[in-house]
Design a protein around this ligand. Structure first.
Ligand code: CAO
Length: 543
């Protein structure tokens, strides 16, 4: 059974702009086979048979005329010829004898210099459920001839209603989503130097208009007339002033439907089809682009401008290591997803430092390097036991907290390849010597690129120490999905008032960043107070 292009009225040829089926597809009567388009409108061509598509006879971009075979369907039922002819005859009887330009039907009284013209929905035949899917104008807009006013869509075709005359929008009769029928008031335009506008209009005299039926009924057949509704083509749009036409999009009904389903604003999509028509692939590509593009763009955040720096001087492009690229992604993900708060404090580590110095000789004999970091790890384990919410993750359902009954402390290691965060598993069960050993082993492995996946996984809290490098404080980014991270800066000897005198004390700057969805400021303060107290009096580590 051949599926053919029916009568196109006065139009000789239309373009195939979309294939809706592929060979092997099963179709029912009325299922769209292709979308065809004249220079004025687009519509779906419904199948006149049910069965399996065994051959597609056209390709995208082909020009087809009445009688052209579009596809061959086998194995099902064909619509009865008598039915088709009856419907066709019936439609012809019902069609108004004076079919003229189908677009906006202006009515109004004779005027001198200005007149208010009501633009109405034209005869849309038996199209059902016609919905206003786009309103391209607003009150006060100046429209030119051929500027788009509204786009209507039935279950089969979309049709653009364009301005027949230039004028100013006085009132709008429809809104997006309204259902309309023939005669519905679309807009009132205030036009200049109008004659009588309800009798005829210049275009209908000079340009023979195609017959007017917006969409074939479900039973339209190969032999019945299929009539396209004129609308402004992109060519005419391009020529007109771009005020009300700024929002115009050029897309077929199937594409518009897809865009609506995916929530895509078609005016943001660049059309790659003939005359910039938007195709389904354009819509899909747009969505894909949004999903894979910069997180900021995907989230609708403004993007940092890309600048061609070579305009200002010599530049060199250097590849970033995989660790840096992935690390940057992780940091960015955390930064945009977790509301960070950073709380600062200083711990008096004077006694800790005396104790640490006293251990150095012994450490040397054990071939262990003992630094403030080992004590920080130990102290954090104790603080996490006291404040379990800091040793947790927010469940993805966002209504539960995953409290971890283990304490695995990650620590940031600066390597030539970038920042890595190995994890000391079960740190709460280790003493200072073992923690120190672990820090040395894991940081050496990190710098030698020998870390195993297991060394990097399972962290429940992270410490980032820049103490050996310097600085008085910084705001570390949480190693999500953990909820807190401790930043450590360089300790400094400061004069601290003891109530009688200033005493020289070794003060260690601490910066705690936490996920404010999980931890509030008061808890952050308590955690810091507890941590400082332990570091100030390391005897507490034994408690
Ligand atoms: N204040 C003053 N001195 C400090 C200090 C501090 N907070 N922390 C460490 N030091 C001292 C150490 O005691 C050591 O001196 P001594 O040998 O005289 O005792 C010296 O600085 C060097 O320490 P280290 O760096 O070898 O050892 P560490 O345990 O402090 O740190 C490691 C190990 C792996 C964390 C560190 O080498 C490193 O990579 N730090 C960078 C982490 C980083 O980049 N963080 C930023 C992440 S966010 O971008």
């Amino acid at each position: 059974m051949d599926i053919t292009i029916p009568s196109l009225g006065d139009i000789e040829e239309v373009e195939v702009i979309e294939l809706c089926v592929a060979v092997g597809d099963t179709v029912n009567i009325d299922d769209p086979i292709v979308v065809i388009e004249s220079d004025k409108a687009s519509m779906e061509l419904p199948s006149t048979a049910s069965g399996t598509v065994v051959e597609i006879k056209v390709a995208l971009g082909d020009m087809v005329g009445e009688g052209s075979v579009v596809a061959v369907v086998e194995g099902g039922k064909k619509q009865k010829i008598e039915e088709q002819e009856e419907e066709s005859e019936q439609e012809q009887k019902e069609a108004p004898a004076d079919d003229v330009m189908p677009s906006a039907v202006p009515t109004g009284d004779a005027v001198q210099s200005t007149a208010d013209i009501d633009v109405l929905v034209p005869d849309i035949g038996d199209a059902k459920d016609v919905v206003v899917i786009e309103v391209a104008i607003k009150q006060g807009d100046q429209v030119e001839v051929d500027d788009l006013l509204v786009v209507l869509e039935s279950d089969k075709a979309s049709m653009e209603i364009a301005a027949e005359q230039a004028g100013t929008v006085v009132t709008l009769g429809v809104a997006e989503g309204d259902e309309v029928g023939q005669g519905t008031h679309i807009v009132t335009l205030r036009v200049q130097n109008q004659q009588r506008s309800d009798v005829t209009h210049p275009e209908s005299v000079t340009t023979p208009a195609p017959p007017m039926k917006p969409a074939p009924s479900p039973t339209d057949s190969a032999s019945g007339p299929i009539e396209l509704v004129p609308a402004s083509s992109p060519d005419t749009q391009a020529q007109s002033t771009p005020k009300a036409s700024d929002k115009k999009v050029y897309a077929g009904p199937a594409v518009r439907r897809l865009a609506r389903e995916l929530g895509v604003d078609l005016s943001s999509v660049v059309g790659t089809g003939n005359r910039s028509r938007i195709t389904k692939d354009d819509v899909k590509g747009f969505v894909k682009g949004r999903l894979t593009s910069e997180p900021a763009a995907a989230a609708g955040l403004p993007q940092v401008a890309s600048v061609d720096f070579s305009k200002f001087g010599e530049v060199e492009l250097v590849e970033l290591s995989r660790i840096r690229v992935r690390g940057a992604d992780n940091l960015h993900r955390s930064w945009v997803n977790l509301p960070h708060v950073t709380q600062h404090d200083e711990a008096d580590v004077s006694e800790l430092e005396v104790f640490r110095e006293s251990l150095k000789a012994e450490a040397q004999t054990k071939d262990i390097k003992i630094t403030p970091l080992s004590f920080l790890v130990k102290a954090c384990c104790q603080a996490l036991a006291e404040f379990p919410e800091f040793n947790a993750s927010l469940h993805e359902n966002r209504t539960q907290l995953v409290l971890k009954k283990f304490v695995n402390i990650g620590f940031a290691v600066d390597t030539p390849e970038g920042l890595v965060v190995p994890v000391i598993k079960g740190a709460d069960r280790l003493g200072i010597w073992d923690i120190s050993k672990k820090i040395s082993e894991l940081s050496e492995k990190a710098r030698a690129k020998k870390l195993a996946m297991d060394d990097l996984q399972g962290g429940s809290f992270t410490i980032s120490s820049l103490g050996a490098i310097g600085g008085t404080g910084f705001t570390p980014i949480i190693n999500a999905p953990e909820v807190a991270i401790l930043g450590v800066a360089r300790l400094a000897t400061k004069p601290i008032w003891d109530g009688h005198d200033f005493q020289p004390r070794q003060m260690l700057p601490l910066s705690l960043s936490y996920d404010h969805r999980v931890i509030n400021g008061a808890d952050g303060g308590r955690f810091m107070g507890f941590l400082s107290a332990i570091l100030s009096d390391i005897r507490r580590l034994t408690l």
